[in-house]
Design a protein around this ligand. Structure first.
Ligand code: ARG
Length: 563
């Protein structure tokens, strides 16, 4: 039930043709304080038509408004303040949530069209960074949000598995590497080789020529080069997959940059046909001056293709293969210029669907206010962060609830959930500072707090052990339950907002507010007392448990029943 709509309709009956129901709906406000009711209608925009002072209009309208859902209307100056009938609203909302369960808030915006989401996309032979973690968890949550509103998300891991660095890696491996060492600790060892290459090449520049030659061999499908590349890629993926398993995140495609090797000729010839290529000091470029952007470098003077060339091929491939409604790229803010260029080149080439491509940027994770550095020694390894979070969750759970069954599993869910929630609770563009102590706090606005609140709701329901009869009245009228009911009522709206802004923090904030409102309610009412209102109170508990779990699911966080 959308009570704003009911109020808008009731007002429209009185106002007549001057304003449509939709127009009135958009004028409705949420009063700043609960003392001013649940919905407010400012009458300023009616003054001209009615040739009356807004105050007078408010007074006149106030006398005529009547609807069972409205308990009282107060006129305050030019405003009409509506107080809803708590019994009717809570009864309807609780029944709806209990009937629809996790599907409450689902929407039919997408009609099954697909939305590829380019996410995670770490680089082979390098550690997966905190930035890649952000892309992974933000992308995963956006995938669940677009699914909830009716789209089909396609999660694509656009691996950085191609480029001149693989020539360097092959040279370094052949000079200083060993199979056992790579097998034992693939990414550390490959990173060590890569760093050593750069150190030595400073005094032995001929190494760079060798690297270029090996990359050329790789591009020409040389057997040895391809075998080494394949092996490095597989070893790296095994390590990445370990982290994805910990996070419980899967992908629909691992088509990375290398996948587009044989698809770039076509893109370049399309750009050629459209007459937008030019040659600048031997390199092939697209001039983007009219977009106020630097030229896009499509091919180097030695013929090598670039990051953007592969992204052009990928964009075209995704349009053809998925016929997307929108195509998203969850990539750090520092690449925003790259994505502007990418869209501009496609637009120049006459592909109107470039408008449907969206870069979804996010801010940096800092430490002590400084950017995390990937330089040697200072690197924050994601896997260590996740392990520490789980260990800390384990400690806290053992202290709180030593007899808990499945303790290990719950500690995993809480520790990992804490890291994910911490990442998603702020607007994605904000930078945020990272300390492990902050991440695994059980109190405050944290993932464990939401999980814990839901587990408490589940334990109340276990204790009560009754089926809630949905044909009986489920009316509540106290002010604590009312705050909870309003948050439940707002849920469909919350989902649309999260979708429109591609913003998981909208969901995380809803979860925190709902958990807080529920804890206040619980502290101020005797939920399990045997009286006529008991079924309604339990219905509220069950509705909260359902929606908190759904909020967490949309964020990619598990909800243990006990903790
Ligand atoms: N591998 C890149 C990096 O780590 C991110 C790739 C983003 N996706 C894309 N289609 N360009 O910076």
């Amino acid at each position: 039930m959308d009570y704003k709509l009911i109020i808008a309709e009731t007002l429209q009956d009185q106002i007549g043709d001057t304003l449509t129901t939709e127009e009135i709906y958009t004028l409705l406000e949420k009063p700043k304080s609960v003392d001013h009711g649940d919905v407010a209608f400012p009458t300023f925009s009616l003054a001209k038509v009615f040739r009356k002072a807004p105050q007078q209009i408010a007074t006149d309208l106030g006398e005529k408004i009547s609807n069972p859902i409205i308990a009282k209307v107060e006129v305050v100056g030019p405003y009409l303040n509506f107080f809803l009938n708590k019994e009717i609203v809570s009864d309807t909302i609780l029944k709806t949530v209990l009937e629809e369960g996790a599907h409450y808030g689902d929407q039919q915006i997408g009609h099954g069209e697909s939305i590829p989401i380019d996410m995670s996309s770490p680089n082979i032979a390098k550690p997966i960074s905190m930035g890649h973690l952000r892309s992974t968890v933000i992308g995963n949550s956006i995938a669940e949000i677009v699914r909830k509103v009716g789209f089909k998300p396609i999660k694509i891991n656009h691996l950085g598995d191609w480029g001149t660095q693989f020539g360097k890696l092959i040279v370094a491996y052949k000079l200083w590497g060993s199979e056992e060492k790579v097998k034992a600790e693939p990414i550390n060892e490959l990173l060590r080789l890569y760093v050593k290459f750069h150190e030595v090449a400073e005094t032995q520049p001929e190494l760079d020529d060798e690297a270029r030659a090996w990359f050329k061999k790789l591009e020409d499908n040389d057997e040895e080069a391809v075998a080494l590349w394949t092996w490095f890629r597989e070893e790296s993926l095994t390590e990445f997959n370990h982290i994805y398993d910990m996070l419980g995140i899967t992908f629909d495609s691992f088509n990375g940059e290398a996948f587009y090797n044989d698809k770039m000729e076509e893109v370049v010839s399309i750009l050629e046909e459209k007459n937008i290529l030019s040659v600048d000091r031997g390199a092939t470029i697209v001039d983007l001056e009219k977009y106020n952007l630097n030229p896009a470098l499509i091919r180097k003077s030695d013929g090598a293709t670039l990051y953007i060339t592969r992204d052009l091929a990928a964009a075209l491939y995704r349009k053809r293969n998925y016929n997307f409604a929108k195509s998203l790229y969850v990539v750090g803010n520092e690449q925003s210029n790259h994505f502007k260029q990418l869209k501009a080149v496609l637009k120049e080439a006459g592909f109107d669907w470039a408008e449907d491509m969206h870069h979804i940027p996010f801010g940096l994770i800092t430490q002590g206010g400084k950017k995390l550095s990937t330089r040697k020694g200072k690197i924050v390894l994601l896997e260590e962060v996740l392990n520490e979070a789980v260990a800390s969750a384990n400690e806290q759970i053992s202290a709180k609830n030593p007899d808990l069954k499945d303790k290990e599993k719950v500690a995993d869910q809480v520790g990992i959930g804490a890291v994910v929630f911490h990442d998603l609770k702020n607007d994605r563009l904000n930078n945020f500072d990272f300390t492990i102590e902050e991440v695994v706090r059980f109190e405050g606005e944290t993932g464990p707090y939401v999980q814990y609140t839901r587990a408490r709701a589940m334990s109340i329901l276990r204790k009560a052990n009754v089926e809630i009869d949905l044909t009986a009245p489920l009316a509540l009228s106290d002010s604590y339950s009312w705050e909870v009911v309003k948050l439940l009522q707002e849920y469909p709206d919350t989902i649309s907002r999260a979708y429109e802004k591609f913003e998981p923090s909208v969901i995380a904030k809803h979860a925190i507010h709902l958990a807080q409102a529920f804890n206040k309610y619980y502290a101020n009412s005797k939920v399990l007392a045997d009286d006529a209102e008991k079924p309604a109170r339990l219905a509220l508990v069950q509705a909260v448990a359902t929606i908190l779990k759904e909020d967490l699911r949309l964020l990619g966080v598990e909800a243990p029943d006990e903790m």
